[in-house]
Design a protein around this ligand. Sequence first.
Ligand code: NDP
Length: 290
Amino acid sequence: MAARIIDGKSIAADVRRALGPRVAALAARGVRPGLAVIRVGDDPASRVYVRNKERACEQTGIASRHIALPARVDEAELLGTIHQLNADAAVHGILVQLPLPHHLDPGRVVEAIAPHKDADGFHPMNTGALLVGRTGFLPCTPAGIMVMLDRSGIELRGKRAVVVGRSNIVGKPMALLLLQRDATVTICHSKTRDLPALTREADVLVAALGRARAISAAMVKPGACVIDVGINRLEDGSLAGDVDTTAVRDVAGWITPVPGGVGPMTVAMLLANCVRAAELAAASASSDPD
Ligand code: NDP
């Protein structure tokens, strides 16, 4: 039987709708959530991602500010821009679109963002909070995947979860979130031996390796839930995930499509982080005795 499709687009639309009353409640207090997006250089994919985020902000009632800096901007200037946004009360969330040109250190850049404005959830204060099980801002892609799993009624407790990819923005936080929900988690990477043997054990398989259609049907346990994070541009200009969807659909129990799966959830969770940052700022402003 063909796998059930987890419709990220539709779940993301629900998440975004649910933000409406929260944005309205903030408006009633004179607050409009604000997101500043910094883009460095002219990477075409980054330009598309930033445009999508701006459009999503507009549709949700979030004020978006796009700051485009030249590819050769020096790090001091970029950090200066971030510091200004940190101090700007109209800006509740800040993100720097990755990847950055090679002369800029993404770690230093992300660490310059005030943790309470870290809309992407990449700051070490927030990733550290995730590690110890405290509430911070969650990285948007793994947080969105957890919402997809929950909305689809996928049981995690005691299940075998395998995450392929160990990046700081997807693989590692994904593994931590699954662990928090009592899954038994294996993290795989480029040095992992016999990857198919491990992926075949997975009840929940998250593919975040950035290799088009690398996960074949033979690597999937029958009935598994397969989450495809990958976004790979093929030579003909089309998009492919990290999973060979056509073949895996006949083996898996659940699968996310590309496009229309994890991608829209990432944007929805970014908006949710931004609204939450505005709520926290408004709450702390109203409890401030000055
Ligand atoms: P990275 O390139 O930072 O990380 C890729 C990871 O996959 C690394 O840990 C790497 O291992 C591992 N890997 C690479 N090749 C193999 C292999 N053959 N076997 C096993 N592991 C391998 O990518 P990201 O985590 O940033 O992104 C992953 C994918 O997800 C990309 O396609 C990206 O475009 C997409 N993405 C999609 C998002 C969405 O919203 N849908 C959001 C963010 C990313 P090692 O550490 O050993 O090098």
